[in-house]
Design a binder for this molecule. Structure first.
Ligand SMILES: [Zn+2]
Ligand SMILES: [Zn+2]
Length: 825
């Protein structure tokens, strides 16, 4: 049944590539460069199919680009610090480093079995002191510039991971790693001042036209720049309450105010009132409610009237001041103007306590009434019941009202951001030690650069009883103050591992350099990264931090670029039985077993063929049979002709060819065009594979007709072209076939075929592509293209693909010569 011995072929070629250093690269000013990067894996123990998908995409692009004459950098490394290693240490009594190194070794073997084209001499692991010393070096530079600083702040504490988390890692109140509910604590921590770059991070998105819109939107939302206004509401008897609002256009509808239970003014407001004591008690109860639940508005709205009034500075009306559980200190000013008609939280509160709901924004063509309104109307429209501002549209009213407040001296336009500084302290062992010491006399002192690296002590105890193991290693903690020479205590916090991944792609360029983090000339040659492939889940954490890091490095004079990555390509996930494949669901597939049964080439081809690379792919056992059979077919075809071609001298293509040979040549040259475009420009690898399958079919169909006689050179051309174009996808079997065709060069460095447009030309048709009945794009196909190929083209058309993102195609009808109709859900 098995026609070719993939096991023998694959191990043999992997060995040969390794022996000959086939994928090792260096700077070569004579060739255009191409830096093709994938997100480095965390060494958790096994490579899973999700990794394989990511790395297959970059491997095909890298191999294709190399054949196209580019000098390609396609490195790999290990994101090797972090909590799982430490947890494994506690659970199994194995040192984090040992656990990590074992996993790296086994995952490396798995990657090598897949035949990826890595320059292994550039492999890095972030747990090497020779790597993380540069984290420490960067930290000291940032400390000097005030970008790194220490401050007491309310922080997110994960009670399960026993460490603090960055805001980005505690979104929605859950730990990003273990999903535990995060608690709030006040602690002294180290921060990186990413907020100093918030405007630039937003502005420079203009330099990223080849990043997917959805990633940029996520980053934009994360930075959360909003234009608003601050306005003072005077209290009876003096003082004023300052509020921040993004909807000053609704201020004429502010019929009461709400303060956070923690607001410092609350006590004073209650002073002297007869019933102050029960009110204080009720407010105390609000304050004790879970902060996270309050923030998310999950709790029933509750409040206490303070008995005091303020003045709405626009309407000049007297409005009651309440305390409410849905207002928090630390967000805005801890006080809000309540506009129940146009804010749902305020609306619920107002209905509960029978407070006035006054409509001041009317949507086009409607007449809302505050008395009967079923829910807040939060959209735009025309300003009404707002004195001199009546009749303006809400967008226009916002800057006008803010300007008016400024003229009156009662407020001003402001800008606020959601982004907070990056908290990098972690109270755990398996991370980069933060290079400072604490001296009783001199306070915080940076460790001199000459003492780097501060290395993790190998003998820390992993008890699982909480606390940082580093604190229990006197030889580590006891340090000397660089200023006075006296005894000092070494910092035991380690850095967030997202520091490691913020700049690793620079280190690949000079991985063994020991007098600097990277070689500037190498960066000059290789940067920016031309293509970065990885999971969409990194849209905000890693991909914001690494943009920030590059900007800091630029300001330190280390690099001369603003943005590290030109094109970002998030690959789709791998599903199985309709669910995302994941370790926790127990539905993962081990590539090793698949490779043993079908070979690495088949696995690669299957993963690339099963779905467009940016869309989710459903893993199916039966699906892998098709690509496997395809490779067998190609192998048999070649087996019939290779020996003869290897012996024959290369024949000149005759000017006049029999009809079958003309047809075959046309298909060959069309396939070159299609595959080149699909791989190099569009990263539509599935349609490229489909085109190669068509070429193989055509070879089968015309083989008998052209094998002998004047058409024979066309057969050879088609066969060799097929092998060369297929090489990036299934490199082992292609190398073997190439060898059997009589070549003694490695295909890895063989030239990519070039198409002759005159040969490829054919009648073409334009088909409309409908999505749910609407024309969303057009595709050009050749007359006689298979339905399968037309369908694949339609799905890959960028404007159609946009419509399909995140949805499922439930039906696809090809009306030959006219249109493709897709039904999606
Ligand atoms: Zn956790
Ligand atoms: Zn000192």
């Amino acid at each position: 049944m098995i026609d070719y011995d993939f096991q023998d072929i694959e191990t043999r070629w992997q060995q040969k590539w390794a022996d000959e250093g086939t994928f090792e690269v260096s700077e070569d000013p004579g060739r255009p460069k191409y830096y093709c990067l994938e997100m480095l894996p965390y060494p958790s123990g096994d490579i899973h199919v999700g990794h394989v998908r990511n790395y297959c995409i970059t491997d095909v692009i890298s191999r294709c680009k190399t054949m196209r004459g580019f000098n390609v950098m396609h490195p790999i490394g290990w994101d090797a610090l972090g909590l799982p290693a430490e947890n494994a240490a506690i659970k199994r009594g194995i040192h984090p480093e040992q656990w990590t190194r074992q996993n790296i070794a086994s995952m490396k073997r798995q990657l090598q079995r897949l035949g990826f084209s890595y320059p292994w001499s550039r492999e890095i692991a972030t747990c090497d002191a020779s790597y993380y010393r540069w984290n420490q070096w960067f930290f000291l530079k940032m400390l000097e510039r005030g970008i790194a600083y220490r401050a007491k702040a309310p922080v997110n504490w994960c009670p399960s991971c026993l460490t603090v988390l960055a805001n980005e890692q505690a979104e929605g109140g859950a730990c990003w790693r273990c999903k535990s509910t995060v608690e709030q604590r006040d602690m002294e921590q180290w921060f990186l001042r990413i907020t100093a770059y918030q405007d630039e991070l937003l502005e420079d998105m203009k330099q990223l036209p080849a990043w997917p819109e959805r990633v940029l939107v996520q980053q934009q939302n994360w930075i959360g720049k909003s234009h608003g206004a601050e306005v003072d509401f005077p209290l009876e008897g003096g003082q004023a309450i300052r509020v921040f609002t993004t909807r000053i256009d609704t201020i004429w509808g502010a019929t009461f105010m709400v303060l956070a239970p923690e607001h410092p003014l609350v006590d004073g407001l209650l002073a002297g009132q007869a019933d102050a004591a029960p009110k204080r008690e009720a407010i105390g109860r609000l304050r004790a409610q879970d902060r996270r639940a309050r923030l998310e508005g999950k709790l029933e709205k509750e409040g206490v009237f303070t008995g005091r009034y303020a003045t709405n500075p626009f309407t000049r009306e007297r409005i009651p001041v309440w305390v409410g559980n849905f207002v928090l200190m630390g967000y805005g000013t801890g006080a809000i103007m309540s506009v129940p008609a146009h804010d749902q939280r305020d609306f619920e509160f107002a209905r509960k306590y029978a407070l006035e709901v006054r409509v001041v924004i009317q949507p086009q063509g409607e007449r809302l009434d505050g008395a009967t309104l079923p829910a807040a109307y939060e959209g735009g429209g025309l300003v009404v019941n707002s004195g001199p501002f009546d009749g303006l549209s809400a967008d226009v009213a916002i800057p006008k009202m803010a300007a008016w407040a400024q003229e009156q001296g009662i407020g001003k336009p402001t800008t606020s951001y959601r982004l907070k500084d990056w908290l990098i302290s972690r109270q755990r062992y398996w991370g980069t030690p933060i290079p400072v010491v604490y001296c009783a006399q001199d306070g915080v002192q940076p460790v001199p650069g000459s003492e780097l690296p501060i290395v993790l002590p190998p003998d820390a105890p992993f008890t699982g009883e909480g606390g940082n193991p580093l604190e229990k290693v006197p030889a580590f903690v006891d340090a000397r103050c660089p200023k006075c020479g006296g005894a000092a205590r070494r910092e035991t916090d380690t850095m967030d591992t997202f520091v490691d991944s913020s700049w690793y792609f620079y280190r690949y360029l000079s991985p063994r350099k020991d007098d600097g983090p990277f070689d500037a000339a190498a960066v000059q040659y290789w940067f920016p990264i031309d293509l970065y492939v990885g999971g969409i889940e990194h849209a905000i954490l890693h991909l914001v931090y690494s943009r920030f890091w590059t900007k800091v490095m630029r300001d330190l004079g280390l690099v001369s670029l603003d943005e590290p990555v030109t094109r970002l390509f998030p690959q789709g996930m791998v599903h199985r039985d309709g669910e995302v494949m994941s370790k926790s669901k127990g539905n993962t597939i081990a590539p090793d077993a698949v490779i043993s049964r079908y070979g690495a080439d088949t696995l690669r081809l299957y993963i690339l063929f099963a779905a467009p690379p940016e869309m989710a792919m459903e893993w199916s056992e039966s699906g892998i049979e098709g690509p496997h059979r395809f490779l067998q077919r190609v192998w048999r075809l070649l087996d019939r002709h290779a020996e003869a071609f290897a012996r024959e001298p290369l024949a000149v293509m005759p000017a006049q060819l029999p009809p079958g040979a003309t047809e075959l040549r046309r298909k060959t040259h069309q396939t070159i065009e299609k595959v080149t475009r699909d791989v190099e420009e569009r990263i539509q690898l599935n349609t490229a594979v489909a085109a190669l399958m068509e070429l193989a079919n055509e070879l089968y169909r015309l083989e008998g007709e052209v094998a002998a006689g004047a058409g024979r050179p066309a057969l050879r051309e088609a066969l060799e072209t097929l092998v060369r174009l297929l090489n990036p996808f299934t490199p082992h079997v292609c190398e073997e076939m190439w060898r059997r065709l009589g070549h003694d060069t490695s295909l890895a460095r063989e030239a990519w075929p070039v198409s002759d447009p005159a040969v490829a030309r054919e009648d073409e048709l334009e088909l409309a592509v409908q999505v749910n009945g609407k024309v969303r794009g057009r595709v050009t196909v050749a007359r006689g293209d298979s339905e399968e190929s037309v369908r694949a083209r339609a799905l890959a058309e960028p404007r159609v693909a946009e419509q399909l993102a995140g949805r499922q195609v439930v039906k696809c009808v090809v009306v030959p010569g006219r249109l493709v109709s897709l039904v999606v859900r």
